[in-house]
Design a protein around this ligand. Structure first.
Ligand code: ATP
Length: 268
């Protein structure tokens, strides 16, 4: 299972402090982590075993980042299950692969199991229609496991499009909670700029007008903001300057926004 790439151990570099915004999700996770890290005590106290969380939202808004930060927060290894690779050629192979992957995850639990791009794996299951028998059976197995599991294997499932998810997944008893993450607001964008400037040019941060940057980037995702900073730092370096300034960053923002206008116009 490990060799086939179905389960991959992900290194834990990102922490909850690397996420700008998403306060509700972060606070919820902090509460869950207290249970997860003191499981025996919590269960004895009457708290339920944490099952998992489903995070849905547009690309680039920090879903993958959250999966990594959760494992860090929970102080547990992170395993990523690749649903694409799970699909086998032979009868029963996909189900057997999923069983093996789940068994392996449970054998190293407490752990966090990240199931990425959930809607791709289970497209067309249930009332959405159109799924193959194999996919429907796989989904059934996954659902049953989610409902019945009592091992400390915390599932973080991520998906881009809620409308493509089987509705059964959203019912109570599957995940502890479903979070929708959208575009960051003004305040969140300010924090995301702060995080990515701090990562690369901490000494320049105090002289940078974060409010101005946030106000100029309405509609940007976290990933877009990170890219603006990556490009600005590279420009400054290649121009032989030794400081990153607000102007360097706004120049990149102006260029990227005019580029997206040109791209939009050519699509229209
Ligand atoms: P996809 O669906 O394409 O996988 P995603 O929602 O999982 O997208 P990430 O891969 O987590 O998005 O985001 C890409 C990068 O953008 C992250 O590694 C991070 O550096 C940056 N980023 C995104 N959202 C945030 C955020 N809220 N705070 C800080 N950085 C962010």
């Amino acid at each position: 299972i490990k060799k086939s790439g179905i389960l991959e151990m992900i290194p834990l570099k990102e922490s909850i402090n690397d996420i700008g915004g998403l306060l509700k999700l972060k606070n919820w996770l902090i509460k869950k982590s207290k249970v997860f890290k003191n499981l025996d005590k919590a269960l004895e106290f009457g708290v339920d075993m944490p099952k998992g969380v489903l995070i849905v939202g547009i690309p680039g808004c920090g879903k993958s980042l959250n999966a990594k930060a959760i494992a860090n927060l929970f102080e547990a290894p992170l395993l990523r299950m690749d649903m694409g690779r799970l699909m086998g050629k032979y009868v029963g192979e996909s189900e057997a692969n999923m069983r093996k992957a789940i068994l392996m995850a449970e054998s190293i639990s407490p752990c966090v199991l990240w199931v990425d791009e959930l809607e791709k794996a289970f497209a067309g299951v249930g009332s959405n229609g159109g799924a193959s028998d194999i996919v429907t059976r796989l989904f059934g197995n996954f659902l049953t496991w989610m409902q019945e599991k009592d091992s400390p294997t915390f599932v973080v499932a991520t998906a881009n499009d809620v409308t493509k998810l089987p509705p059964e997944l959203l019912r109570k008893g599957r995940f502890d909670e479903v979070f929708f993450v959208g575009l960051p607001n003004l305040d969140d964008r300010k924090k995301i700029f702060d995080i990515h400037i701090q990562k690369r040019r901490p000494d320049d941060k105090n002289n940078i007008n974060l409010d101005l940057l946030a106000s100029k980037t309405d509609g940007y995702t976290g990933a877009d903001i990170e890219n603006v900073i990556i490009e600005s730092v590279e420009n400054v370096f290649s121009e032989g300057k030794n400081r990153l300034t607000t102007e360097d960053i706004t120049k990149v923002i102006n260029e990227t926004s005019s580029l997206s206008v040109i791209m939009k116009e050519s699509i229209d």
